[in-house]
Design a protein around this ligand. Structure first.
Ligand SMILES: CC(C)(COP(=O)(O)OP(=O)(O)OC[C@H]1O[C@@H](n2cnc3c(N)ncnc32)[C@H](O)[C@@H]1OP(=O)(O)O)[C@@H](O)C(=O)NCCC(=O)NCCS
Length: 270
């Protein structure tokens, strides 16, 4: 996914200005969080610092950390913009960019994870754990800072989402609330799921162990997945079983949550 940051920011400002005219009572809030900035990164740094600030790290200190992060890693601003666009395109309840930035905690938690992951990669483990803890307290989303997560990700609703230390989530994945990408409790080391590109994971699914969820596959709500899922297949149930091929190459994009019981070839079941 390619994004044009300048155009995205222009659209955010236009949407926000319209809303100020429509409802003047919210205009001070919108002015403070969006309209007084001249770019996406600075506005995002401010609003995340207000969300995640605490007695120990007040918002102005956190704002500085986010600003440093975006300054040193401009690609992370693009990743955040990809997440924003992904959310707008895939979540029918998310119409405007500015509302996603301000109010959708799945998007906000993902950006908090991105800062935590940067601390982790730079050997600042205590700062990374600090961010993980704040994200968990504020958003009820618990992502280990060592987990590797791509761009263009949708965390829809996001409450009770848990992603373990050695998990991988590739680009363009969509994950609903109460999903666990966890260990079985029987393994140590590399013990968490690897979720390949464009996978859709339904609400409440528990994917346990170092299993591979193949590109473009679909996991039904409430499933317990204990084995690899081949690319472009749908699994459902406890424990999860293959029920068919996916209708489209990238189920995460159209969020079609229908379970299709199409022909299953013998290789997939082997
Ligand atoms: C650990 C665990 C995955 C499997 O434990 P196990 O006793 O070694 O079981 P096995 O993997 O040998 O599976 C035995 C059978 O039970 C089934 N099974 C395993 N876990 C299951 C579960 N949670 N729900 C339903 N069936 C399950 C398996 O499919 C298998 O069925 P089969 O014999 O018909 O093939 C399971 O007990 C579990 O869910 N643990 C909790 C892990 C967790 O909460 N992790 C989150 C960390 S954040």
């Amino acid at each position: 996914m390619e994004v044009d940051l300048k155009n995205i920011w222009k659209r955010i400002v236009a949407e926000t200005s319209n809303e100020c005219e429509r409802d003047p009572q919210i205009s001070i809030f919108l002015e403070q969080h969006i309209l007084r900035f001249d770019n996406f990164a600075d506005s995002l740094a401010m609003l995340l610092s207000v969300k995640l600030g605490s007695k120990h790290f007040p918002p102005p200190v956190l704002q500085g950390l986010f600003e440093d992060f975006y300054h040193q890693c401009p690609e992370e601003v693009e990743h955040a913009a990809c997440d924003l666009v992904a959310t707008q395109q895939r979540d029918p309840a998310a119409v405007n960019y500015f509302e996603i930035m301000l109010f959708l905690k799945g998007f906000q938690a993902l950006q908090a994870y991105r800062l935590a992951h940067w601390f982790w990669k730079n050997g600042r483990k205590t700062m990374a754990y600090f961010m993980q803890n704040r994200m968990s307290e504020v958003f009820a989303v618990d992502i280990h800072p060592a987990a590797v997560i791509g761009k263009g990700i949708l965390f829809d609703h996001a409450t009770s989402l848990v992603i373990g230390e050695t998990a991988v989530v590739e680009d363009n994945v969509s994950i609903l609330h109460e999903v666990t990408l966890g260990g079985t409790g029987k393994e140590t080391g590399d013990r968490h799921p690897k979720v390949r590109k464009s996978v859709l994971i339904g609400a409440g699914a528990k994917i346990l162990g170092n299993v591979e969820i193949g590109e473009g596959s679909k996991v039904g709500a409430g499933s317990v997945v204990l084995d690899d899922v081949p690319p472009h297949y749908t699994v459902v149930g406890v424990p999860a079983q293959i029920v068919g091929k996916t209708e489209v190459a990238e189920p995460s994009l159209d969020m079609n949550q229908k379970v299709v019981a199409s022909e299953v070839d013998d290789d997939a079941l082997a």
